[in-house]
Design a protein around this ligand. Structure first.
Ligand SMILES: Cc1ncc(COP(=O)(O)O)c(C=O)c1O
Length: 405
């Protein structure tokens, strides 16, 4: 690196990361997090360095990535609108397809209006920043996604964390907060590393008691929970509602983008105050076309959701019977918790040698000694794929002493 004085304080940080990379990725199988993956069409398989592997850690919950209808819609959008947009949404970047997608998202989720962002991350940063600022208080679940934490930190509001999925602790936190200002409680509907679900009715009760707004991030709930994949409110039989719902178009929906739904007056407000909406390029036409078609397919083919829910329940039962620790999962996201980072790497390497990808999630991304393979069941997995994966998990776990036997 340059020896210039300007790099003096940054250089040790960069050198330190080089050391960490060396420690972590000292053998080729440990590099799989950054290795390029190539999808094998509309299947659950991927090619990694020429080898065809069964992917068990992908987010494509309803099996639509590579679906010919979605691919055709993305191509048609490019044919009609080109590959980019000429600006941000507020300055010539809005195309008719953005508005069509927003109408479709709102209709699918039963709200008056919607707004789409260029990613789920941008959506969280934008929405939180538009809703609160100095003088307000944000209450975050300890396991909230990084985009929520980052968005909250940028606002200048007071930040408070409460214990994961613990409405009693939230209640005490709200009780202890001085009156005045907006109080915004934000939770993930489904936690991406654990697969458990936020207790919406109990959270609603606590928020109502303390005049707090409740915002849910449906990134891993859309297409995953609720009988027809409409997320956490449907999961709890529409007993209660969240005040603000956001999500992504990059998990069950195989595109890019983030969304918020709510009343039109709220959208009109967010549109004018969410900085990533105002100062970052609009969602590209191919992504809008793919998202729109995928959402329509999700609406027409709810059996994709019920298949994944059924197969995920069967998968959870079988891996639990085999002795795996799956934490508190209730969804298609199933962690296989193994303990140390090294154990997770060894388990993942052994698994990959048997033709299956299960990606390790290690500390500091999760608590120390809670390293895991984060598995996701999708509609692209056949029953035979899932059975093969379970056998492979058991074999690899025995080889690496994750399981006895
Ligand atoms: C809960 C949650 N929110 C937001 C995001 C960000 O979404 P995107 O990848 O579309 O930026 C993610 C992505 O991993 C997520 O898991």
């Amino acid at each position: 690196m340059s020896t210039s004085e300007a790099w003096k304080y940054l250089e040790p940080k960069i050198a330190n990361i080089q050391e960490r990379i060396f420690e972590l990725e000292w053998e080729p199988s440990r590099r799989n997090n950054f290795v390029p993956y190539k999808a094998d069409g509309n299947t659950a398989y991927v090619f990694v360095e020429g080898q065809r592997l069964l992917m068990m850690s992908g987010y494509g919950y309803i099996g639509l990535n590579g679906d010919p209808r979605v691919v055709a819609a993305a191509k048609a959008a490019v044919d009609e609108y080109g590959t980019g947009t000429p600006g941000v949404r507020a300055l010539a970047g809005t195309i008719p397809l953005h508005e069509e997608l927003e109408r479709e998202v709102a209709k699918f989720l039963g709200r008056e209006s919607a707004l789409v962002f260029s990613s789920g991350y941008a959506g969280n940063v934008g929405v939180i920043g538009a809703l609160v600022g100095a003088g307000d208080t944000i209450f975050l679940d300890k396991l909230d996604h990084a985009s929520i934490v980052d968005g909250a930190q940028l606002t200048g509001a007071t930040l408070t964390r409460f214990r994961h999925n613990d409405p009693g602790h939230l209640d005490r936190r709200l009780e202890a907060t001085a009156p005045g200002g907006t109080r915004l409680v934000i939770v993930d509907s489904v936690y991406s590393m654990d697969g458990d679900i936020a207790p919406l009715p109990a959270l609603r009760e606590v928020c109502d008691k303390h005049n707090a707004l409740l915002m849910v991030d449906e990134a891993h709930a859309l297409g995953v929970i609720g009988a027809t994949g409409r997320g956490i409110e449907e999961h709890f039989n529409y007993e209660v509602k969240a005040d603000i719902k956001v999500g992504t178009l990059s998990k069950a929906i195989p595109a890019n983008g983030g969304w918020i739904v709510g009343e039109k007056i709220l959208m009109d407000y967010v549109k004018r105050f969410a900085r990533p909406f105002l100062f970052s390029a609009a969602l590209a036409p191919a992504q809008v076309g793919a998202a729109l078609e995928s959402l329509r397919i999700l609406d027409r083919e709810p059996e994709r959701v019920s298949y994944t829910q059924r197969e995920a329940a069967r998968f959870r039962d079988l891996v639990q019977q085999a002795g795996f620790n799956t934490g508190d999962t209730e969804t298609a996201v199933v962690p296989l918790i193994v303990g140390s980072n090294d154990k997770a790497w060894d388990f993942a390497s052994a698994l990959q040698k048997g033709g299956v990808v299960g990606l390790p999630v290690i500390s500091p991304a999760v608590q120390p000694h809670m390293a895991r393979l984060r598995i996701a069941i999708t509609a692209a997995h056949s029953r035979a794929d899932i059975d093969y994966a379970i056998d492979s998990f058991i074999t690899a776990a025995r080889q690496t002493k994750v399981l006895e036997g």
